[in-house]
Design a protein around this ligand. Structure first.
Ligand code: G4P
Length: 532
C-alpha cells in the first residue's frame, strides 16, 4: 500500500545528494554557497576552511579544523525552490574512502566538483567509480573559473576520456581567469555577465540572446579574441551534441556540466536551479531477497549508513544516521530492527541544519535522521515500521595498516577496550581479536594512515586516554570462504583472527604470503571485502 497524497508530495520534494571531489577543488566553498542560497547562512564566510577563522560548518572535530580536511561526514538540509535538499558531506581524504562509500549509498545523486586548472584528479576518479558502479546520476560543476585553467573543450574531453562518461555542457564559460566575463546558459540562451565590482548578491546581469545577434553581443562584452574563441567553441558544441537526454542522465551515463566560481558565488545559483529541475526524488531501493521498495511504500523503512560517537562531548552521546528509504518517520515510533530481530522505539531523533541539531518529529523518505543510540545500531542495519525489511549490505573493506595500542596506566586498559569498541562500531577503525588471547588485547586495522592519527587524537580528546600506537608488519587482511561463500574457521598453516562480527580473518605480511596461502588452500577463496 502507498502513502497518502500529502505524504507522497513531501517525499517527492526531497533531493538527497553529495559532492564528490579531490581535496582543494572547493567543496567547502561550494557547500557554503549552497547553504547561503538555501538561506541557512546569511553571510558567506561563516563557513571557513583552511585558515580557520571560523569553524567549518560541516566538520565536527577539532582535528579536522586543525588539519583543514573534512574527515567525518555530516548532513546539511535546506529548502530551495519548494524542494527540501539534503546535502551529505563526504570526507575528501583518501584514508576515509570507506566513510565516503557509505555516504554514497545514502544519496540519490551526486555533484562532481572539478578544479578548472587541475581537471580530473585521482580522488575524483575513485569517487566517480563508486557512483558509476551504483549508477548514481552525476552533475558536474567546473570550479574556479576566475583562475587560469584548461580551456573548456580540453576539459570536457579529459572528463569524457578519463571517466568514460559523456558530458552535456549546460553552460559555457566566456573566457577563463583574467579574461573570465561570465557564462552562456545553453538552455535559456542567456548570457550571464559577471560583474566583479558588485557585491555577492547581484554580481551579474542577464542578457537574453534569443532573436539577437550572439556574435555582436559577445563582441560587446568580451575582447575580440575571446569572443571569437567562444563563438567557435559554441559552434562545435552545438553541432556535436544531441539534446539533453534525461533518461541517460538518470542512468548515470551522461553528466550535465555547469561552470562557475564557488568563491565568487558565480554560477552556483544556476547550478542549484538546474539541480532542482533534474535531480531525482528518492529512488526505489533494492531489498533482500530480490525486490525493490518504492519510496512511496506505506511502511517507514531505512538503513544506518553512519554512526558517530561523542558529537557532544558533554553528553558522550552516539548518533546513528538513518537514511529513510520509504514512508514517513515519526519520533517515538516503534520499528523492527532486522539484525537484532526485535522491536525498538526511535525516541530521540535529530535533523541537521548546518552545525545545529534540531529535534525532528516527522521526516520522510529521502531525509536523514540522526537517532540517539545506546548501542543498538551498527552500520548497515535496516529498520522498518512493519515486519522485517533488509536493504543491500554495506561492504567493509580490507585494512592495509595494522597496529596495537598500549596505555601506560594499566588501570585504563578496560577503558581503552571500551573506547576501541565504540570507535569500531562507528566504522572509524576495524578490530581484530586473537581468539586465544581474547578481547583484552585487540589488533587495530585501518585503511589509511590518517585513520590512526585520528584514532590516537580522539582517544586523548574524547576519552582522556594517552595511547601509544605500535605498528605491526601485516599489510593484508582477507576473509577466508569456501566455494559456497561460507566462512571457514581453519586455514592450513595459519592462525586466524576474528573481526567485530566474529568472522574469521587471515592477516598476512604481504601479497606474496596471500598467493602462497591461496596455493596451499586451493579449495578456499580469500575475500578482500565483506558485507556487514
Ligand atoms: P575543499 O573543501 O574541496 O578542500 O576546498 P576548499 O573549499 O577549502 O577550497 C580550497 C581553496 O580553493 C581555498 O583557498 C578556496 O578559497 C579556493 N577556492 C574555492 N573555490 C574557488 C573559486 O571558485 N575560485 C578561486 N579563485 N578559489 C577558490 P585557500 O587559499 O586554501 O583558502 P582561503 O584562504 O582562500 O579561504
Amino acid at each position: 500500500m502507498n502513502v497518502s497524497p500529502v505524504i507522497a508530495e513531501e517525499i517527492q520534494r526531497r533531493r538527497t545528494f553529495a559532492i564528490i571531489s579531490h581535496p582543494d577543488a572547493g567543496k567547502t566553498t561550494l557547500t557554503e554557497k549552497l547553504l547561503y542560497h538555501g538561506g541557512v547562512i546569511h553571510e558567506t564566510g561563516e563557513v571557513k576552511g583552511k585558515s580557520g577563522t571560523k569553524a567549518v560548518t560541516s566538520d565536527w572535530m577539532e582535528l579536522e579544523r586543525q588539519k583543514g580536511i573534512s574527515i567525518t561526514s555530516s548532513v546539511m538540509t535546506f529548502d530551495y525552490q519548494k524542494l527540501r535538499v539534503n546535502l551529505l558531506d563526504t570526507p575528501g581524504h583518501k584514508d576515509f574512502s570507506e566513510d565516503t562509500y557509505r555516504v554514497l549509498m545514502a544519496v540519490d545523486s551526486a555533484c562532481m566538483l572539478i578544479d578548472v586548472a587541475k581537471g580530473v584528479e585521482e580522488r575524483t576518479k575513485k569517487l566517480y567509480e563508486v557512483c558509476r558502479y551504483r549508477k548514481v546520476p552525476i552533475f558536474t560543476f567546473i570550479n574556479k573559473l576566475d583562475r587560469e585553467g584548461k580551456d573548456p573543450l580540453t576539459l570536457i574531453d579529459e572528463i569524457e576520456k578519463t571517466l568514460g562518461m559523456q558530458c552535456y555542457p549546460v553552460t559555457w564559460p566566456l573566457g577563463i581567469g583574467q579574461r573570465f566575463k561570465g557564462i552562456f546558459n545553453r538552455l535559456t540562451k542567456e548570457l550571464m555577465i559577471y560583474d566583479q565590482r558588485r557585491d555577492e548578491v547581484e554580481q551579474f546581469h542577464i542578457v537574453p540572446t534569443i532573436g539577437q545577434d550572439l556574435s555582436k553581443l559577445l563582441h560587446q562584452y568580451l575582447d575580440r579574441e575571446s569572443a571569437e574563441q567562444v563563438l567557435n567553441e559554441l559552434e562545435l558544441v552545438e553541432g556535436a551534441l544531441p539534446p539533453f537526454d534525461e533518461q541517460a542522465f538518470l542512468a548515470g551515463e551522461i553528466s550535465p556540466v555547469t561552470f562557475g566560481s564557488a568563491k565568487q558565488n558565480f554560477g552556483v545559483d544556476l547550478f542549484l536551479s538546474f539541480f532542482c529541475k533534474y535531480a531525482p526524488a528518492p529512488i526505489p531501493r533494492p531489498i533482500k531477497p530480490q525486490e525493490s521498495l518504492s519510496p512511496l511504500d506505506n511502511r517507514f523503512t531505512g538503513f544506518v549508513f553512519k554512526i558517530q560517537a561523542n558529537m557532544d562531548r558533554r553528553h558522550r552521546d552516539r548518533v546513528a544516521y538513518i537514511r529513510i528509504c520509504s514512508g514517513q518517520f515519526q519520533r517515538g515510533m516503534k520499528v523492527f530492527h532486522s539484525r537484532l530481530d526485535r522491536e525498538l522505539r526511535l525516541a530521540y531523533s535529530n535533523q541537521f541544519v548546518a552545525q545545529d541539531r534540531e529535534t525532528v518529529d516527522v521526516a520522510y523518505a529521502g531525509d536523514i535522521v540522526g537517532i540517539n543510540d545506546t548501542g543498538n545500531f551498527a552500520i548497515g542495519d535496516s529498520v522498518s515500521s512493519a515486519g522485517k525489511v533488509e536493504f543491500e549490505d554495506i561492504p567493509k573493506f580490507a585494512p592495509e595498516l595494522f597496529a596495537k595500542l598500549t596505555v601506560r596506566d594499566a588501570l585504563k586498559r578496560s577503558k581503552l577496550q571500551e573506547a576501541l569498541k565504540h570507535l569500531a562500531e562507528e566504522g572509524a577503525i576495524q578490530i581484530f581479536i586473537d581468539p586465544i588471547i581474547g578481547h583484552q588485547d585487540p589488533l587495530i586495522g585501518a585503511v589509511g594512515e590518517l585513520q590512526f592519527e585520528v584514532l590516537v587524537h580522539r582517544l586523548q580528546d574524547e576519552y582522556n586516554l594517552e595511547a601509544k600506537l605500535n605498528r605491526l608488519s601485516y599489510t593484508v587482511a582477507r576473509w577466508p570462504r569456501d566455494k559456497q561463500g561460507k566462512a571457514v574457521f581453519e586455514v592450513k598453516g595459519h592462525n586466524l583472527y576474528r573481526d567485530m562480527q566474529d568472522q574469521p580473518v587471515l592477516l598476512l605480511n604481504q601479497e606474496w604470503d596471500l598467493n602462497w596461502a591461496a596455493r596451499e588452500n586451493p579449495e578456499l577463496e580469500f575475500a578482500s571485502s565483506i558485507n556487514r
